[in-house]
Design a protein around this ligand. Structure first.
Ligand code: CU
Length: 156
């Protein structure tokens, strides 16, 4: 009995020490030509918790819908597949890149110009939501934006 109690206590301590909550940083959207209704977006998602965090949905009041895609480069072709659920490993992060995970943003009513910001909401499992202001910029000059970050304030 004593052993079980100790194990339970250790478990509780581990939970209590899971530092911070899921965070979305460096969110940005690539400025597109005015006649193209689809935009690409990028972010880095950090998961400092002790459990896998899953991104279940991404949305913006400025867009009809947002999908997570993954590009795969095989020989001479690039294929993009839609990702329904993106798991971020415990203590890990996923950085979106043009050659990997990225956001496809469909149906933006007015094409945003460089410097504009679009609110983008990331919904994680456990009803956790993170809203960031993704800055629109041209793809050249890829200096990491310190803007466009956010984190869960309180998970219910
Ligand atoms: Cu895509």
């Amino acid at each position: 009995m004593r052993v079980i109690a100790a194990a339970a206590l250790a478990g509780a301590l581990t939970l209590a020490h899971a530092a911070g909550s899921v965070r979305v940083a460096e969110a940005w959207i690539e400025e597109g030509p005015p006649d193209v209704p689809v935009l690409a977006g990028y972010a880095t998602i950090h998961n400092p918790t002790a459990q896998t965090a899953r991104v279940l949905n991404v949305s913006s009041p400025r867009a009809e819908r947002i999908e997570i895609h993954r590009s795969e480069i095989t020989e001479n072709t690039v294929t993009m597949t839609r990702v329904d659920e993106l798991p971020i490993p415990p203590g890990g992060e996923i950085r979106f890149t043009p050659a990997g995970y990225h956001l496809m943003i469909y149906g933006v009513a007015q094409p945003p110009a460089a410097g504009e910001k679009l609110p983008v909401e990331f919904e994680f499992d456990g009803a956790r939501k993170v809203t960031v202001e993704a800055i629109v910029r041209r793809s050249e000059g890829s200096a990491g934006a310190v803007e466009g970050s956010g984190q869960v304030e309180d998970a219910p």
